[in-house]
Write a protein of this length. Structure first.
Length: 201
């Protein structure tokens, strides 16, 4: 199955370059070396020294513990380095389930900026998505990937995060029916689009 959310014309990606999108889950990167879960994967991702590597690919970024969602793996070192560089400013979008309601004052603080132990952090956007009672969903975006940043920002505002899913990384959006731990190959136009984004930084 090919993931084709990017339909515009784009240059052909560098020869041999490929990228997969995995619906990963938390740890230092994504998939654990579990034969029952990943027996049909063309690669065997392993978490090594905080960077997910496999026989032929490198993970672009990571997923924090107890976080699921989009994780990209590629064989292009230039693509991986370009997208992971702090100056890249790749927008990440998360679906966040919290316990209880987030007040308007707390939302304003999340947008304006919260001082964490490693510096000021703010969401580019944050909005209510639905839910009631103890479980309410919010959608947030930010353009950096510090360790546990989304959770720490909510926690610093007095809000407990009960579930966190990265639904988009740059132009790559999580398909609605991709099972956890499974993968989909990004088609050449999308790989080329990612290369354009990486080269522009």
């Amino acid at each position: 199955m090919l993931f084709r959310s990017f339909e515009a014309a784009a240059p052909v990606p560098e020869p041999g370059a490929w990228a997969l999108m995995i619906l990963g889950f938390g740890g230092t990167g994504a998939l654990m070396d579990d034969p029952a879960m990943g027996a049909d994967l063309p690669i065997r991702p392993l978490a090594v020294c905080g960077v997910l590597r496999c026989a032929d690919g490198i993970a672009i970024g990571r997923l924090d513990f107890n976080t699921s969602g989009v994780l990209l793996v590629t064989d292009s070192g230039d693509l991986a380095n370009g997208l992971m560089h702090p100056r890249a400013g790749i927008e990440r979008e998360y679906a966040v389930r919290v316990l209880g309601e987030v007040t308007s004052e707390q939302l304003a603080r999340l947008r304006e900026g919260i001082q964490l132990e490693d510096g000021l952090a703010r969401f580019d956007s944050v909005g209510f998505e639905g839910g009631e009672g103890a479980n309410r969903w919010y959608r947030v975006t930010l353009s950096e990937g510090r360790n546990r940043e989304v959770r720490r920002m909510f926690e610093a505002s007095g809000v407990v995060v009960s579930r966190l899913t990265r639904v988009r990384f740059g132009p790559v959006t999580l398909p609605p029916r991709l099972p956890r731990g499974r993968w989909t190959e990004l088609d050449p136009p999308m790989v080329a689009r990612l290369q354009e984004v990486a080269a522009a930084r």
